[in-house]
Design a protein around this ligand. Structure first.
Ligand code: SF4
Length: 364
């Protein structure tokens, strides 16, 4: 299938391309803050459609990609405990740790019991079915997956499923966006904002960009026409010298968002400082399980000591998730690092920039 076949309404696309071309903007960087957008942009060949001078750069919106390698090592150490079944979303299984020979896949070859699940509730069911084993769910993701993890944990609490616990790697997106803007390491003129996260946070969750940074952002859906429309709106604001936050994804995102989901997260988790690959330690950017639920907190239950050290690896994912380099600028891209033999998480994850760039490298 050619990229252009993804566009069901080709007239809309032509109109939007022309509209973007007509804007007076030069050398602007628009960051997409969501791995699903990264994949959709690559699949539809949107970068290639844009006029010169409008650059799309990837941001820290792929949760697997921003999880530091040390955390993968921690999980693999835990997985070797024979009493434990590790349950996780499939993407995590192949992510390498601080060395290429460390991953859950390699741990599984050495006898660890690792099961891929579609949801935290599936993990809870495994715990109920295996009362003699400890079942640890790797809680990973942003505001979109944290409510489901919180619900599973509350259910475990209610039903006294004491052999269930969560290793929380959950993160929240706002502190990472602030950190990027404040570091000034990369020039960002506007944001294509994550539609899924915004379903939970609402448009109001991103208004800080307008009020505190005067930088334009548009919450976007995932169809190619949504993305082009959002890019047009962002570029238009830049051209007119405005910095407002708009919502293009009104069919799913309200101004207020989903307060019940946010309440569930607040009930179970509290903010903590957390390390992001590439961005380092960011204040209040992670989610830690509250004391009330500590018997379901794998870190407490198994006395896991998280390491703060960030080791140097040849992988440039840290620069990719900050928009500093394009995946093709990594010397390992498509050589030592390919989807069948990934060196870093950005080549493993279904939302990773390197995986997207590799998969669609011959499009258009
Ligand atoms: S190509 Fe591979 S090694 Fe390079 S940044 Fe991407 S994931 Fe890391």
């Amino acid at each position: 299938m050619l990229a252009k076949d993804l566009f069901r309404n080709k007239d809309d696309v032509k109109t939007l391309r022309k509209a973007i071309e007509s804007l007076d903007v030069k050398d602007i960087n628009i960051m997409e803050v969501c791995g699903t957008h990264t994949m959709a942009i690559a699949e539809a060949g949107i970068k290639q459609m844009l006029p010169k001078g409008i650059n799309l750069i990837s941001g820290p919106g792929c949760p697997v990609c921003v999880t530091p390698s040390e955390r993968i090592d921690d999980i693999c150490n835990l997985a070797m405990n024979k009493d434990i079944i590790i349950t996780t979303y499939g993407d995590m299984i192949r992510v390498p740790g601080t060395r290429k020979d460390i991953s859950l896949e390699k741990s599984r070859m050495m006898g660890a019991d690792i099961k891929a699940v579609y949801s935290s509730m599936d993990a809870l069911d495994i715990a109920i079915d295996n009362p003699d084993r400890e079942v640890v769910f790797l809680g990973i993701g942003f505001e979109t997956t944290a409510p489901a993890a919180a619900s599973a944990l509350m259910e475990a609490y209610k039903r006294k499923v004491d052999n269930f616990s969560i290793f929380s790697l959950h993160k929240v997106i706002e502190p990472a966006i602030r950190s990027l803007l404040e570091s000034k390491e990369v020039k960002i003129d506007g944001f294509l904002l994550p539609g899924h996260v915004a379903v939970i946070l609402g448009q109001k969750g991103f208004m800080f960009l307008q009020y505190e940074y005067a930088i334009p952002g548009v919450i976007s859906g995932f169809e190619p026409v949504d993305i082009l429309n959002s890019l047009f709106l962002i570029a238009k604001e830049i051209a007119e010298g405005r910095g407002e936050v708009k919502n293009e994804y009104t069919r799913l995102v309200s101004f207020e968002g989903n307060s019940a989901a946010r309440d569930a997260v607040y009930e179970v988790f509290k903010p903590r400082d957390d390390i992001w690959r590439g961005l380092g330690m960011i204040k209040n950017s992670g989610l830690k399980i509250r004391e009330k639920y500590s018997r379901f907190d794998a870190e407490v239950k198994f006395k896991i000591k998280l390491t703060d050290e960030i080791k140097n690896t040849p992988c440039k994912c840290g620069d990719v998730v900050k928009g500093l380099i394009d995946p093709s600028n990594c010397p390992l891209f498509g050589k030592e690092c390919v989807p069948d033999s990934p060196v870093g998480p950005c080549m493993v994850s279904s939302e990773g920039s390197c995986a997207a760039a590799y998969k669609y490298r011959n499009m258009i």
